[in-house]
Design a binder for this molecule. Structure first.
Ligand SMILES: Cc1cc2nc3c(=O)[nH]c(=O)nc-3n(C[C@H](O)[C@H](O)[C@H](O)COP(=O)(O)OP(=O)(O)OC[C@H]3O[C@@H](n4cnc5c(N)ncnc54)[C@H](O)[C@@H]3O)c2cc1C
Length: 474
């Protein structure tokens, strides 16, 4: 009787799952395991981190489905290389199935686990699941990876067309899940307490049911995506990033939704899903981006911003309403619309003149959908140091971005209630109100809401000079 183990990591679902489908196809009995890894958890300073609860709740849903097949999910807390080996030995497992993870630490971990298992004649099978195509399938004709998105996307589509223009469905046979009643399952123990975290209901409901509902609801308005996506108060995007990050839905579920119509919205949305994949490939092929700039000359920049300015940015107290509302939204919900991620990132690097790595780290600590590849890609794009990034002399003006994308100040008023009585264009630059207007609108600048901590126009010139010094040529 061939017994296998599926090790779940960032793929917390039981449908359209390559490793699970392969395991159930090639084995007589399949066990599932999830390991809370102290090497990851110890780095999380906030012991009420919503992401841990999100994972916990996703596991509960998986466990309930497995219970209906008289099976269960093994939960462990410890070093994966020890826990996996221990489980395999105790249950006579000969094969372990995983979906590949392209983050440098994860690659190192999997190599170690593979070697340890091999010594015991246990095989680790790694499958492609979190992306549709790995970097090796989308190389240029000269065999090197694409560094510009548009030709990458073209190549990606041409490879998809070779497969008939559709992504495969990898359905596991859950009847093959091993019959077991597991006393240490996610439902039988207070695992949050066990791993040292407090309960903290996440802003998004976890699990595949919620994820599919979210994607389905978005499908009804996907045709407007291109028109609506940049307006933070309009809720015109899918809000699926947290689900794809934790694997409650598959990337193929996303691609199917994008290919389910022929409108501009469908095309634009699919392109965003491919951006995600592009950054995964960049991280896989150029892992040094986690430490420094993709374009090394950008590491020569002499950043000039102060700690006090960085703290004001984090707290949402810069005196620039569009920036402050976005940063407060991030802190309260663990999310931020893409347009505003670009605005606050540009503001940090090119208005406050603060190193993008500091912003990247703050986002990594706060974002519910934090994904190393997408976050690093987004920050390096904004700082102009990354692949296919905007040129350094393109600097987002926080006032005009605000006027264009939050014209009536709906988003600003939601997160900066002290500005809620301000009318007209003053909502974008409240410091320009006369003292009498400040009285009239119940918002005294410097008391109720900060004056801008820097002068945007002056800082713009300084940023150009700072970048030019390091980069020499545009
Ligand atoms: C500075 C910065 C940091 C970012 N950090 C992250 C991060 O940690 N995790 C993350 O998932 N996204 C990140 N993004 C990308 C983007 O902001 C989010 O994916 C998007 O806001 C998620 O909302 P949504 O699901 O409604 O996206 P939609 O607009 O509905 O897009 C659909 C999906 O495509 C993918 N996607 C969309 N835009 C991008 C993009 N620019 N880069 C990569 N993938 C994209 C996401 O998986 C998203 O769920 C970052 C962007 C910037 C500028």
């Amino acid at each position: 009787m061939k017994k296998s183990l599926v090790w779940f990591r960032r793929d917390l679902r039981l449908h359209d799952h390559v490793a699970l489908a392969q395991a159930t196809k090639n084995s007589d009995a399949v066990f599932g395991i999830f390991i809370f890894d102290p090497a990851i958890l110890d780095k999380l300073e906030d012991k009420t981190d919503q992401r841990v609860q999100f994972i916990h709740d996703s596991l509960i849903e998986m466990e309930e489905t497995l219970n209906s097949h008289e099976s269960s999910l093994e939960i462990r807390f410890g070093a994966p290389k020890e826990e996996i080996l221990d489980f395999c030995k105790k249950n006579n497992i000969t094969d372990v199935f995983v979906n590949k993870d392209y983050e440098p630490q994860a690659k190192k971990r999997d190599e170690e686990v593979s070697k340890i298992l091999a010594k015991e004649n246990i095989t680790l099978h790694s499958h492609i699941d979190s992306v549709v195509f790995e970097a090796s399938s989308t190389l240029k004709d000269d065999g090197t990876p694409y560094k510009v998105f548009t030709p990458y996307m073209r190549k990606w589509m041409s490879v998809l067309n070779q497969y008939g223009g559709e992504v495969a469905l990898h359905s596991p046979n859950l009847k093959k899940m091993a019959k077991r009643n597991n006393p240490r399952s996610i439902t039988k123990i207070d695992w949050m307490k066990e791993i040292g975290f407090n309960k903290s209901p996440p802003h998004f409901k976890a699990g595949t049911i919620a994820a599919k509902k979210q994607l389905k609801e978005f499908s009804n308005k996907i045709s407007d995506y291109g028109k609506m996506r940049d307006f933070p108060a309009a809720d015109g995007t899918s809000n699926t990033s947290v689900y794809i990050r934790h694997g409650n839905i598959s990337v193929r579920d996303m691609v199917r939704a994008g290919k389910d119509g022929d409108t501009d919205g469908h095309h634009k949305w699919l392109a965003e899903v491919v951006w995600r994949e592009f950054y995964q490939c960049i991280l896989d092929q150029f892992p040094y981006v986690t430490k420094g700039s993709f374009k090394p000359q950008y590491d020569e920049i002499k950043w000039r911003g102060t700690n006090a300015e960085f703290e004001a940015w984090k707290k949402g107290e810069t005196g620039f309403p569009i920036v402050d509302s976005a940063m407060r939204c991030l802190k309260a919900t663990g999310t931020m619309p893409n347009r505003l991620r670009m605005v606050v990132a540009s503001f940090l690097c090119k208005t406050l003149l603060i190193d993008w790595r500091k912003g990247e780290a703050w986002f990594a600590a706060k974002l519910l959908d934090f994904d190393l590849a997408a976050n690093n890609g987004g920050w390096q794009w904004s700082a102009s140091s990354g692949v296919d990034a905007q040129p350094y002399f393109r600097i987002f003006n926080p006032y005009s971005q605000s006027e264009k994308f939050d014209k009536d100040g709906v988003f600003i008023r939601t997160w900066c209630p002290e500005l809620s009585n301000i009318e007209g264009k003053y909502i974008h630059a409240p410091h320009t109100m006369t003292p009498m207007d400040q009285q009239l609108h119940g918002c005294i600048i410097g008391e109720d809401y900060p004056a801008p901590i820097v002068d945007y126009s002056k800082k713009r010139m300084e940023a150009l000079e700072m970048y030019k010094e390091a980069v020499k040529a545009p």
